[in-house]
Design a protein around this ligand. Sequence first.
Ligand code: AMP
Ligand code: FE
Ligand code: FE
Ligand code: ZN
Length: 288
Amino acid sequence: MEYVDLHLHTTASDGVMTPTEIVKYAKAKGLRAIAITDHDTIEGLEEGLAEAGKIDLEVIPGIEISAEHSSGSMHLLGYFIDIYHPLLHERLGYLQKARGERNPKMVEKLNQLGIEITYEEVLKASGGGQVGRPHFAQVLMEKKYVRNFQEAFERFLRKGAPAYVDKLRFTPKEALHFINEVKGVAVLGHPNTLGMNGYSELENLLLKLIGSGLRGIEVYYPEHSPLEIAQYKNLAERYGLLMTGGTDYHGIEKNGLDIGVGKGDMKLPYSIVENLKAARNQYFQSGR
Ligand code: AMP
Ligand code: FE
Ligand code: FE
Ligand code: ZN
């Protein structure tokens, strides 16, 4: 059996490995295919695809977009996006601008809390890629304000914590529309972070998302309980959604989590990729 991992981050967003490194690592781990799904950016994709061409590993160009949602957080994955589509560049440019405005405000808030941190330090931690809260966490750790990554989020960075500043996001409808416009297959990432109250609340939300172009649901994810997985499978079957999965490997924060296998027991067959491809090809046949 050949396995895949369809949710990975690189240095282009808040992962630790460069696109080249992650492709090589996936190959060394014996995977057949991966998707690079950085937050709000495609900066890592050209490099990842180029490296994939050199070694025999399939890399799916992907993205993970944060969308507006009243409780918890909603992340929408896009697979097989057209990385040269002008609309994609326009929309991501907008998100970069939103980040550019948010990040200095978080530095200010931390300073007001008596923490000596500069924007330059955070930029440096990002290694030149997109700057996000994990890079703040890294600096707070390095400067010994916190003992670990989780403490940085708990005390300062999580939604509602004293240094948190929200940033502009697309509505789910807007995000789904543009993922579809740029030929991506849209999948709801890790539904367990949505903060939904039970099966029917998630079902109602899914129906709305499907109406806006959602095609799949990330069923297999290291943080999903067996019960959650069963629920998501059931909903996917009921509404004809693709079932995908991935580890969300960043390389820093989640101890004991590894690419391809998650916490050790994940095994995602290549048929997931074949199903995604079939969904993508339906678009082309319908003239999109
Ligand atoms: P940002 O896009 O800059 O708001 O940062 C979001 C990223 O921070 C997520 O993709 C995660 O990698 C990380 N993150 C968010 N919340 C937490 C949390 N409570 N604990 C650990 N990491 C988190
Ligand atoms: Fe992340
Ligand atoms: Fe996510
Ligand atoms: Zn992710």
